[in-house]
Design a protein around this ligand. Sequence first.
Ligand code: SAM
Length: 276
Amino acid sequence: MPKGRLYIVSTPIGNLEDITLRALETLKKVDYIACEDTEHSLKLLNYYGIKKPLISYWSEKEKVRAEDIIHKIKAGHNVALITDAGTPGISDPGAVVISRALEEEIEIIPVPGPTALITALSISGLNTEEFIFVGFLPVKQSQRRKKLLELSSEKRTLVFYEAPHRIIQTLDDMLEVFGNRRACVARELTKMFEEILRGSLEEILDKLEESKIAGEYVIVVEGQQEKERSFEEALKEVKELMKKGKGRKEAVKIVSELYNLSKKELYEKSLKTDNE
Ligand code: SAM
């Protein structure tokens, strides 16, 4: 059994003071700190006067550097692994080192702390009881829409990460695929230009276009609601009745009464789906 340990340490997602006492103690006592970008991590380490040998790793180098980290731990050294922000392994590197450490029966100790997804979800005002973390959506629009379509009947709250240059396009795609659901867009959490937008996707898009698009974003979207589902089912029934020879108006009247839905809304939706 190797003598050294691997500590997985969460660091701030912006505000340098969002770090636990245990995380600081851990960073002070280990022999090495493995980080993504040394320059970035030095800002945090210098702020707390922590001087340690750094092992730099990033996605492409993770495999090679993992061996170096494992080698050091097997030689009896303690290593703390951090990323540029938040919790390692959450849309961040870390998985390769962890799975290699497990293969070598190295003890892995979590030192928890901030993560952007939980920070955003907790203040979103949306249902936090059950949620799904999707992380980054595909960059290609066709693939992104495909993924959104797969998620469209999900009832649990959905949490996404997004880059500033894609935020408008992604919200547009969500509006198109999910409909005008409630959402929360959290920008630059814990930082100087923190901004939290809540409302329908349409309202958020309006507000976003007015403000400056920059920084880091988390998008939280309400899951599919009962009402949306019944509209979907009702639309299918309208189609069926129309196939059997009823006019749209008559079909909508029958189904809206059956499902207790707004006749006007069902009529408009039925027209819209026919034109798609
Ligand atoms: N490991 C990190 C965590 O635990 O949240 C996530 C790293 S991932 C490479 C970076 C993405 O996380 C950003 O593009 C953004 O979507 C989100 N993010 C990180 N910090 C944020 C912040 N302060 N405010 C809003 N979103 C943030």
